[in-house]
Each structure stands twice: as C-alpha cells, then as structure tokens.
Design a protein around this ligand. Structure first.
Ligand SMILES: C[S@@+](CC[C@H](N)C(=O)[O-])C[C@H]1O[C@@H](n2cnc3c(N)ncnc32)[C@H](O)[C@@H]1O
Length: 240
C-alpha cells in the first residue's frame, strides 16, 4: 500500500522578494498626539522594554533573560489586548511590533506600571522585523488582531494578510506554532481565510473560522462593534 508522502517543509520565502510592491506599506504614519503620560513612559520604560530595530536575527532568549515560548504581535495599536494577554500568559514571551508612536507609549506605560517583564516592543515595520530580526522556525505564535482593513479596492494592496506575508510568517513559525488573526470586516475575513488556506505550510485548526480563543480579550473597541451588531471573525492556523 502506498503511504502518503509527508508535506514538503515550508520554504522560507526569498528574502529579496518584497512582501509588498515598492513603496506600498500596510500602514500610514498617522498623526495623533503623544500624551504627557505616554512621553513619560518613553523616558522611564523605553530602556527596559524597547528593542531597537536591527538587520540581524536577535537572540530573544537573551533579550528576555529566559527561555520561553515566543509570540509576536503585529500592530498592537494601543496595546490593550497585548498587556492583558501577557498578564494572562506569564510563561510566554511577547514581542509587539507597532509603528504608531502614541500606541508604543501607551503599551510602555501599561507594561511598565504592571511590571510585565514578558513583553518587549519593536517600534518598526513588522514586515522588516520578521524578515531581519526573527530567525526561521523560531516563533511559537503570531497574533494579528484587527489589522487595518483598507476598505477601498485601490488600497487592498496594503492589506497585511496576503500570500507573501503569510509565507514569511509560516517560515518564522516553529512546526506546531500558530498564527491567529481576527477582524471585524467580513470581506477581509474572507480574504484571510482564502490566503491562509492556500499556504501549504499551514493547517486550519477549525472548519472555516475558529471560536475566539479564551486568551484573546474582547477589547473596548470590539465590544462597541458587537453592541452595534457587527461580527468578529477569528482564524487560527498551525504550521505543519
Ligand atoms: C486597526 S489597528 C488595530 C490595533 C490593535 N491590534 C487592536 O486590535 O486594537 C492596526 C494597527 O496596526 C499597525 N500596523 C499596520 N501595519 C503595520 C506594520 N507593518 N508594522 C507594525 N504595525 C503596523 C497600525 O499602526 C495600527 O496601529
């Protein structure tokens, strides 16, 4: 009898191949004032929790001062969910990437005040962080919660969850590691499902959308949407 051959190992995407076309990014630098509290948090907590961008893979166990499963979050916004999850799961190390300065200040304030030593922040484009600072097959999880939906068709090219980024994510996950996306925009949820299912290195943990894993808190923003009758879709895939 022929036994089915195991799936091929995920190929690290060619680092020279851009995840986005030249000049296209998944974010625009928003204005928005950094509050006094956030500015103070930068002064007080950045030396301890902020990790500068670099172009070589980092030894994250050394950065955290311990060996523990590592979860990367892309675009944590104001860091409300990040801090709550880090508090709920103290045995994991969390790397948060965000480009929006007030958001970085807000998360620094939360983790500094709560003494959440299992969080580090890189204030830089997460795509470049994945390409350069994260070694292949080194992450236990990736969180992408409510990425910018880029509603207009001409902006869809800016959406994060597209085949090249998903291939890059898969290459950074350990076998058995997971990627967890959530969105409140149904057309984007459909795109996420299609793109994640098409990545040969990943397998869906559910049939279609997943139930919300208990570690992901329902944030204020999400609660407001739910009260207005909007849907939320979670997707959880693991690396083969
Ligand atoms: C719609 S907000 C959602 C924030 C948060 N995850 C939440 O659930 O409230 C998306 C965030 O992703 C950030 N972002 C988008 N692309 C990014 C990238 N390539 N690297 C880092 N942050 C990014 C934006 O600055 C923004 O704060």
């Amino acid at each position: 009898m022929n036994t089915p051959s195991p799936p091929p190992p995920p190929q690290a995407p060619d680092e020279a191949a851009p995840v986005f076309r030249r000049g296209v990014r998944s974010y625009v630098k928003r204005g928005g004032r950094t509050t006094e509290g956030q500015a103070r948090a930068f002064e007080t907590w950045a030396p301890r929790f902020l990790v500068p961008f670099q172009i070589d893979p980092l030894d994250w166990s050394r950065v955290f001062g311990r060996d523990a499963p590592i979860v990367l979050e892309i675009g944590f916004g104001m860091g409300e969910a990040t801090a709550q999850i880090a508090q709920t799961l103290p045995d994991r190390n969390f790397i948060g990437c965000e480009v929006h300065e007030p958001g970085v200040g807000a998360l620094l304030k939360r983790i500094g005040e709560q003494g959440l030593d299992n969080v580090r922040i890189v204030q830089h484009d997460a795509v470049q962080v994945l390409q350069h600072m994260i070694a292949p097959a080194s992450l236990d999880g990736v969180h992408v919660f409510f990425p910018d939906p880029w509603h207009k068709k001409r902006h869809h090219k800016r959406r994060l969850i597209q085949p090249p980024l998903v291939a890059l994510l898969a290459s950074r996950l350990k076998p058995g590691g997971y990627v967890h996306c959530a969105t409140d925009w149904q057309p984007y949820a459909e795109q996420m499902l299609e793109v994640l299912m098409a990545e040969p290195a990943l397998r869906n943990t559910a049939v279609g959308y997943a139930p919300r894993p208990s570690y992901r808190p329902v944030t204020k923003f999400e609660n407001r949407g739910l009260r207005l009758g909007h849907g939320v879709w979670d997707l959880v895939f693991t690396r083969l």
